[in-house]
Ligand binder design. Sequence first.
Ligand SMILES: Cc1cc2nc3c(=O)[nH]c(=O)nc-3n(C[C@H](O)[C@H](O)[C@H](O)COP(=O)(O)OP(=O)(O)OC[C@H]3O[C@@H](n4cnc5c(N)ncnc54)[C@H](O)[C@@H]3O)c2cc1C
Length: 263
Amino acid sequence: MHIVVLTKPVPDPAAAAERLGPDGRLDRGASPSVVNGNDEYALEAALKLVEAHGGEVTIVTMAPASGADTMRKALAMGATRGILVTDSALEGSCLRSTVKVLAATLRDLTFDLVLAGLDTSDGGAGVVASGIAALLRLPYLSNAARIEPDVTAGRVSVRRITPAGYDLLEAPMPALVVCTQVLGEPRYPSLKGIMSARSKEIASRSLADLGLDPVAVGGAVASTRLVETRRPAARGATRVVRGSAAEGAHEIAVLLDARRLLP
Ligand SMILES: Cc1cc2nc3c(=O)[nH]c(=O)nc-3n(C[C@H](O)[C@H](O)[C@H](O)COP(=O)(O)OP(=O)(O)OC[C@H]3O[C@@H](n4cnc5c(N)ncnc54)[C@H](O)[C@@H]3O)c2cc1C
């Protein structure tokens, strides 16, 4: 099987650094980048699938050139190779451009499955995967809690989480699956994995390589632009109410009454 996993570098959520630059845009130099958490779940699912069925995993990332450092972390987990789409014209790309560029990258590949994360911890739109599936006319299997490919039959079945339980979906491959954390905790890279990641291939693709015109995608034609960012209003002092349930309820009622919040 050949599985492609979409992985995006995001600022490390654990880093305390200020993430926005003076222009209100993400300052990528301010904190270390990590593989987007939800994409690690997708990668873990892909690695388990090739361990069970054989095959290879390619990670695909659209990011500035520094994205290669983050991709090494995903390669250390066990991915076979990486493709980094990077081009100065992509600076300031909107979601629509991201979808077009990633779809063009996938169009050049032969694969059985594309796995993506549910959303990212910086952009958080949660629409890139569905946009790609629509452009490439791939079956779109979202919210996956289990992925079971039948390589011989060329089909995949997916348990999709619903508010009521699960739907069981089946589709021909190639297909695109959006992964959830229910698929299993991502593995830590082993020392051997970290060492071998250094020599794994990360192929770089520019817009020209993909046959895309920089005036048709990227920052020049962004469909949305960041106009302002605001800090949330500072919270007032917090008061913790202690005691039994009855004492707590009484004290909260007194507090609300003092603020004229009770009818
Ligand atoms: C103001 C602004 C400036 C930007 N500047 C740049 C820039 O300078 N350079 C640049 O390359 N991009 C840039 N982008 C694009 C951006 O980094 C995202 O890739 C894109 O907007 C996706 O949005 P999201 O994170 O909300 O994705 P979501 O829809 O939340 O992502 C869902 C899933 O799709 C996949 N995915 C999403 N984005 C990528 C990606 N980039 N690569 C691989 N897989 C992905 C992942 O599996 C992810 O879990 C910019 C976007 C904005 C809004």
